[in-house]
Design a protein around this ligand. Structure first.
Ligand code: FES
Length: 130
């Protein structure tokens, strides 16, 4: 178990969360969205810092790069989530907004133990999401 006051939640097995997937864990006020990005797990508070949309419902995408007219590139595929309400984009790994970099979604820790994906919410006090 984690540190005193922390909460752990079994998200599912590693087979249930393949790369490119997201699963909502019903914890705290808004829940926590757990993503698998290329085999690495990341957990974000399910609350967009703009106006509170459920970020887990957002499209997983990348970043368009267009250095020259008519030439479209694409980078960070699968590393970005787009808010379902107004389209702000966030890096799944760090929760930081690409649209408004001053904003960031709160992150939580994820571990893998015995083939299970475990969400860890550091406690002390509320142990709650926003
Ligand atoms: S609520 Fe997410 S961009 Fe507006």
């Amino acid at each position: 178990m984690g540190e005193a006051g922390s909460q752990t939640h079994v998200v599912g097995t590693v087979e249930e969360l393949p790369p490119g997937s997201v699963r909502l864990v019903e914890v705290g006020r808004y829940g926590v969205a757990v993503y698998n990005v290329g085999g690495e797990y990341h957990a974000l508070n399910n609350y967009c810092p703009h106006m509170g949309a459920p970020i887990c419902a957002g499209r997983i995408t990348g970043v368009a790069t267009g250095e020259a007219p008519g030439h479209k590139g694409w980078s960070r595929a699968g590393e970005i989530v787009e808010c379902p309400w107004h389209g702000w984009k966030f890096g799944i790994a760090d929760g930081r907004s690409l649209t408004k970099p001053v904003h960031r979604i709160r992150k939580y820790s994820v571990a893998v133990r015995d083939g299970k994906v475990i969400l860890e919410i550091a406690g002390g006090g509320k142990g709650d999401t926003q």
